[in-house]
Design a protein around this ligand. Structure first.
Ligand code: FES
Ligand SMILES: [Fe+2]
Length: 362
């Protein structure tokens, strides 16, 4: 029996830059990283670009097909797309080399004045891409397929969530001065709610939690106590919601994607992006769900509530996570203690340590 009562990750893993380099190779490069929503790339020519651990990536819709390339030009290495989102040719911002769906430059200004290698040698680095419902994932290096990485029940849950997403009602990104794993671990337990969020979570009382584990992922379904009695009006308004969560659902899907929902009425999707070993970008997207009467005043109020609730809770989490970072750097060695309410933290640490020990995928 493994001892699930103590933490497993050595404390220096939470602040040493060298560890982030190993994580990049062992964990992030081989994982399916959530990059954007399919609706960001709905039309021919739509593109979305981002940087992840020093890799610039651009994803573009080529007549309905999504392709992901390294966002670095072959000419003299400028980033090709400078904007996060847009619609247009995959054309370098510097001198205008323009690339096709194979990542080959097909239009080069003053082409005759160059002495270029054979056309087949001129090609942008391409990344694997997979779309599950609304979630666009890419993989930076060789690694397990999407079906090996994301188990069937998580896959089903992603499709169900995608189907429920209506409008994006809030986006809130901010930098937290912590290692990315501290944020993930914070989202994985409800043990801190009473202490860190006494007002924001009130009048919610968690009566019972059920956890589900599968390779990298885990989820929690929490049942609220009688304190959150929903009004009959609210229940009636949301009876047509496609994703019927009772009462609170939380899931970690990949190292950089977590999903949470109260009641399936609003859906929070969070991206976690390490910037350095002690700095992380946190992006929270909040969506309303599809219901028959989405314009109802009660639904609007519910949405606004969810926006305020998310912003407030994340602000409280930011503060406590930064306090944890300071403590971990000070203590530097030793193991923490885990309650049964922190079992998902243990599971995360176990899968993380296993991934860090694995030989690099060929
Ligand atoms: S660097 Fe891209 S066209 Fe010159
Ligand atoms: Fe929290």
């Amino acid at each position: 029996m493994e001892d699930k009562k103590r933490t497993l990750i050595p404390l220096p893993y939470f602040f040493e830059e060298a560890v982030l380099l190993i994580e990049k190779e062992q964990l992030f490069a081989k994982s399916w990283l959530f990059v954007c929503f399919k609706r960001d790339l709905a039309n021919d020519g739509d593109f979305f670009s981002l940087d992840f651990l020093g890799v610039s990536i651009v994803i573009r819709n080529f007549e309905g097909e999504l392709k992901a390339f390294q966002n670095v030009c072959l000419h003299r290495f400028s980033k090709i797309c400078l904007h996060e989102k847009g619609n247009g040719l995959l054309q370098c911002a510097y001198h205008g080399w323009t690339y096709n769906q194979e990542g080959k430059p097909y239009a080069i200004p003053a082409k005759k004045s160059f002495s270029l290698p054979a056309e087949s040698d001129l090609r942008l680095k391409q990344f694997e891409i997979e779309v599950i419902g609304e979630f666009v994932f890419i993989r930076l290096a060789n690694g397990p397929s999407i079906n090996e990485s994301i188990d069937e029940s998580t896959m089903t849950s992603l499709l169900k969530i995608s189907n429920a997403l209506n409008e994006k009602i809030d986006i809130n990104s901010f930098v937290i001065e912590v290692n990315w794993k501290i944020i993930v671990e914070n989202t994985l337990e409800e043990y801190h709610i009473r202490q860190v969020h006494p007002d924001s979570f009130s009048p919610v009382e968690i009566k019972q939690s059920t956890y589900d584990f599968s390779n990298y992922h885990s989820s929690a379904l929490m049942e609220f106590g009688s304190k959150l009695a929903r009004s009959k009006k609210l229940d009636a308004l949301y009876s047509s919601r496609p994703w019927q969560v009772n009462d609170y659902f939380h899931q970690v899907v990949s190292p950089n994607l977590t999903i949470a929902s109260v009641y399936g009425a609003t859906i929070g999707i969070q991206q976690i992006k390490p910037l350095s070993s002690t700095k992380t970008l946190f992006i929270s997207h909040v969506f309303s769900t599809k219901i028959d009467n989405a314009d109802h005043a009660l639904a609007k109020a519910f949405n606004q509530n969810a926006i305020d609730f998310n912003r407030r809770v994340f602000e409280e989490d930011k503060e406590i996570c930064e306090a944890v970072q300071i403590g971990i750097e000070q203590i530097n060695h030793g193991k923490g203690f885990l309650s049964t309410q922190e079992e998902r933290v243990w599971h995360f640490e176990k899968t993380y340590m296993d991934a860090m020990k694995e030989p690099v995928h060929a």
